[in-house]
Design a protein around this ligand. Structure first.
Ligand code: GLV
Ligand code: GLV
Length: 319
């Protein structure tokens, strides 16, 4: 029987799986666990099931001790984990790819619609109590049919977003480290281009790449200046892929038409300049936030944990 520390609240089916075989110490607080409390609790743990709000770094791994075998992140993104530091210590790190593809692609489409159809502005207007009435030119947005969607990062979520956008009549271009399956590219009618070309020709740009040193501020002032003044930027990946201050300036100056953001550079903070703008839709990191998806993510993290503790290959290791 091993000791598993779960760093935050996760859906019950995952806890049941873990408790059936091991001793589970799960943080039950409604707020995130404090760093100090986390460092104290992980001491002597064989496994850590982590949320993306927890930083898994050398200090934490050392606080756990040499018996630690696995860190199972309940997220597909793992920029909160120092993977080389895990590897050096013989700790297997895992994430939850696959299970959140549809939920996240749904939110990307939701933001595309909210931004292009000005739904947030309309909602705020009604709630403000101000008078409004239907008008030929009232809150006009822009249509998706026949427009070009540029997908940055064509993994599972990028492809699922492309599939949805195609159903809305959009043309797809993408930028990706590698070519995608030719059958999928053909099905989507998707053409691979360089980032600069994508930014220049797209009417909507949607980000689906992982965050790391290579993608820090991938979209900054220079990239925004390449976009059409009628174009929109949507980010459901990770906040720091976009230079938020540069984005706020581009939105304020009308350099681009609008944006939809589910993630932020310094969550839970949102850049104050963004909060003043009407042409940006802001939602609080809800990409995978459905009951079904969060349950599947937590269960996959539990399966990863149990496999490593049995000495088996986990289903979804971080390579
Ligand atoms: C959510 O942001 C995730 O990476 O799973
Ligand atoms: C709009 O409400 C319409 O009926 O065209």
């Amino acid at each position: 029987m091993s000791r598993i520390v779960v760093t935050g609240r996760v859906p019950e089916p995952a806890l049941q799986k873990l408790r059936a075989e091991h001793e589970v110490d799960a943080w039950e607080g409604s707020d995130s666990i404090s760093r100090q409390e986390l460092l104290r609790r992980v001491a002597g743990a064989d496994a850590i099931v982590s949320l993306l709000t927890e930083r898994i770094d050398p200090e934490l791994l050392d606080a756990a001790g040499p018996q630690l075998k696995v860190v199972a992140n309940v997220a597909v993104g793992y920029d909160n984990i120092d993977v080389p530091a895990c590897t050096e210590r013989g700790v297997v790190a895992t994430n939850t790819p696959g299970v959140l593809i549809d939920a996240t692609a749904d939110i990307a489409l939701g933001l595309i619609l909210m931004a292009t159809r000005r739904l947030g502005e309309g909602e705020r207007l009604i709630r403000s109590g101000q008078a409004w009435k239907w008008g030929m030119f009232f809150l006009l947005g822009s249509s998706l049919q026949g427009k070009t969607l540029g997908i940055v990062g064509m993994g599972g979520i990028g492809q699922a977003t492309a599939r949805r956008a195609k159903a809305f009549g959009m043309e797809i271009v993408y930028q990706s480290r590698s070519e995608i399956d030719p059958a999928i590219a053909a099905e989507l009618g998707a053409r691979r281009v360089e980032l600069d070309e994508l930014l220049t020709i797209s009417d909507v740009v949607s980000l689906h790449c992982p965050y790391g040193p290579a993608t820090h501020h991938l979209i900054g002032a220079e990239q925004l200046s390449l976009m059409k003044d009628s174009a929109y930027l949507v980010n459901t990946a990770r906040g720091p892929i976009v230079d938020e201050a540069a984005l706020a300036l581009a939105l304020r100056e009308g350099q681009i038409a609008g944006a939809g953001l589910d993630v932020f550079e310094q969550e839970p903070k949102v850049h104050p300049w963004l909060l003043e703008l009407e042409n940006v839709t802001l939602v609080p990191h809800l990409g995978s936030a459905t009951v079904e998806t969060r349950t599947a993510m937590a269960v996959l993290a539990a399966d990863n944990t149990l496999a490593v503790l049995k000495g088996e290959q986990p289903p979804t290791p971080i390579s």
